[in-house]
Design a protein around this ligand. Structure first.
Ligand SMILES: Cc1cc2nc3c(=O)[nH]c(=O)nc-3n(C[C@H](O)[C@H](O)[C@H](O)COP(=O)(O)OP(=O)(O)OC[C@H]3O[C@@H](n4cnc5c(N)ncnc54)[C@H](O)[C@@H]3O)c2cc1C
Length: 370
C-alpha cells in the first residue's frame, strides 16, 4: 500500500511510523518541520493518563499508546516518556475519578485511591482543601512532546518513508503541493490538526482556541519526578519541572478563538487564575517566578471525540484529527487502529465519524481535556 500523509503531528507522524515499519510506501508532508511549535502537538510536554471516566475505549487506547510509545523509545533509543505518575484530585465521591476506577481495574491498569493526608508526602507543599480523595495512576506520566513527534518522523524515515516540507491542498484524490506537484497514493490521509476545518469546511467542524500553559520556577524541590496532576472539577492541571523547563500549570477551559495561521503570542492571560489555584493547592508555587508561557492551539470537535474517517466522496481519502485537547498521548494507538481499518480488519467506532455523531456522549463531563 502507498500512503500519502499530510500533517506530521502526533496523528500523522504516528501513522507514518506505523505504516513505514510495516513496509508500506509512505510520503509524509508537512508545512513545518516535525515538532514545530505552531502545530497542536508542539510544545515540550504532554500528559499521558489512562483514566477517561466511564469510557473504556479511550482508556484502553491510552494504555495501548503507552506501550507503543515505549516501543518507539526502544527502537529509537530516545527518552520520551517520564513515568512520574498522575494524581487526580477528586472533589466528589461520585465524579469522573470514581467513574474511572472500575474501568481501570477491569483493564488491569494500576490505580490507587489515596487519602488526602497521604498525598501531602507526594509534593513539596500540598493542601487538600475541598478534596474527597486522590486517585493515583502510578504508571501514567509525561511525554516529551516535540521530541516524540520528531522521533516518529525520524523512525518513519528510518523505515523508508519520504519526508517532505510543503503546504498541500486537497484536489480530488490527490494532495497538491504549492509547486504544483501532485501526490497520489492508494490512500491519502489529511491529519492536519487545527487546519482541517479550513481544508474541509463542509466536512469538519472544529473550534480552534488559544491555550496557554504557564511555566514557573519552583526551585529544585519541584524538579523531581513528582506526579502530574489534574483537579478535574476545578479545571486545573499541571506537572512538575521536567528537564528544567519549570513547573507547568494551566487552566482547563477553552481559550479565545484563534485562526490556525495566526501567530501565537506569549502573554500570560490566565496567570491570575493559575496563581490563585496554586496558592490554594501548592502554596509554595503561588508566587513562584513565571518563566514563560507557551501558547498553542486546541482543535475541538463539538463532542470532543476524535475524527478518523474516510472522505464520503473521494475513495481512498481519509481525514484524521479533532484531538480536542486530549489527543497527543493516543497517537500511535490511533494509528494502529486506522491501519487495521484501512486493511478491512477492524472498524472504527461511530464517534470517530465525520459529520454529526448523534449518539456520542461528550467526553467532557466538566470542562476541557488535558
Ligand atoms: C496547551 C495544550 C495542552 C495539551 N495537553 C495535552 C495533554 O496533556 N495530553 C494529550 O494527550 N493531549 C494534549 N493536548 C492535545 C494534543 O496536543 C492534540 O490533540 C494533538 O497534538 C493533535 O495532533 P494532530 O496531529 O492532530 O495535530 P497537529 O499537531 O497540529 O499536526 C497537524 C500538522 O499538519 C500540518 N498541516 C496542516 N495543514 C497543512 C497543509 N495544508 N499542508 C501541510 N501541512 C499541514 C501542520 O503543520 C501540523 O504539523 C494539548 C494541546 C494543547 C494545545
Amino acid at each position: 500500500m502507498d500512503v500519502v500523509i499530510v500533517g506530521a503531528g502526533t496523528f500523522g507522524g504516528s501513522l507514518a511510523w506505523w505504516l513505514a515499519r510495516e513496509g508500506h510506501g509512505v510520503t509524509l508532508v508537512d508545512q513545518f518541520e516535525p515538532g514545530d511549535r505552531r502545530a497542536s502537538s508542539g510544545g515540550e510536554t504532554r500528559l499521558l493518563r489512562c483514566a477517561h471516566g466511564e469510557d473504556a475505549d479511550y482508556t484502553a487506547m491510552a494504555r495501548r499508546a503507552r506501550t507503543l510509545w515505549r516501543e518507539l523509545e526502544a527502537e529509537s533509543d530516545e527518552d520520551l516518556f517520564v513515568e512520574c505518575g498522575y494524581a487526580w484530585f477528586a472533589r466528589r465521591d461520585d465524579g469522573w475519578e470514581a467513574a474511572s476506577e472500575p474501568v481501570l481495574a477491569a483493564q488491569g491498569i494500576p490505580a490507587e485511591r489515596l487519602d488526602v493526608a497521604e498525598v501531602a508526602g507526594l509534593y513539596p507543599t500540598f493542601r487538600g482543601d475541598g478534596l474527597a480523595f486522590v486517585l493515583l495512576e502510578p504508571e501514567a506520566g509525561v511525554l516529551r512532546a516535540e521530541r516524540s513527534v520528531r522521533t516518529l518522523a525520524a523512525q518513519a524515515a528510518a523505515h523508508g518513508a519520504r519526508i517532505l516540507r510543503a503546504r498541500a491542498v486537497p484536489n480530488g484524490r490527490a494532495a497538491v503541493l504549492e509547486d504544483g506537484t501532485r501526490l497520489e497514493g492508494d490512500v491519502v490521509v489529511w491529519a492536519c490538526g487545527p487546519w482541517l476545518g479550513t481544508l474541509f469546511p463542509d466536512l469538519v467542524t472544529l473550534k480552534v482556541t488559544r491555550q496557554e500553559p504557564l511555566f514557573l520556577d519552583g526551585g529544585p524541590a519541584w524538579r523531581a519526578p513528582l506526579p502530574a496532576w489534574c483537579d478535574y472539577d476545578a479545571g486545573r492541571w499541571g506537572s512538575a519541572d521536567i528537564d528544567g523547563l519549570g513547573v507547568k500549570a494551566a487552566i482547563d477551559e477553552d481559550g479565545p478563538p484563534v485562526d490556525p495561521d495566526a501567530e501565537l503570542t506569549g502573554e500570560a492571560l490566565t496567570e491570575p487564575q493559575v496563581r490563585a489555584y496554586l496558592r490554594e493547592r501548592f502554596p509554595a508555587l503561588g508566587d513562584a517566578p513565571l518563566l514563560r508561557t507557551h501558547a498553542c492551539r486546541y482543535e475541538i470537535t463539538p463532542d470532543t471525540h476524535f475524527i478518523a474517517a474516510p472522505h464520503p466522496e473521494q475513495p481512498g481519502v481519509w481525514i484524521v484529527g479533532g484531538g480536542s485537547g486530549h489527543g497527543f498521548k493516543h497517537g500511535p494507538a490511533l494509528a494502529e487502529r486506522i491501519v487495521a481499518a484501512l486493511k478491512g480488519r477492524a472498524e472504527l467506532p461511530p464517534h470517530f465519524a465525520l459529520g454529526e455523531r448523534p449518539n456520542s456522549r461528550n467526553l467532557r463531563t466538566r470542562g476541557d481535556g488535558d
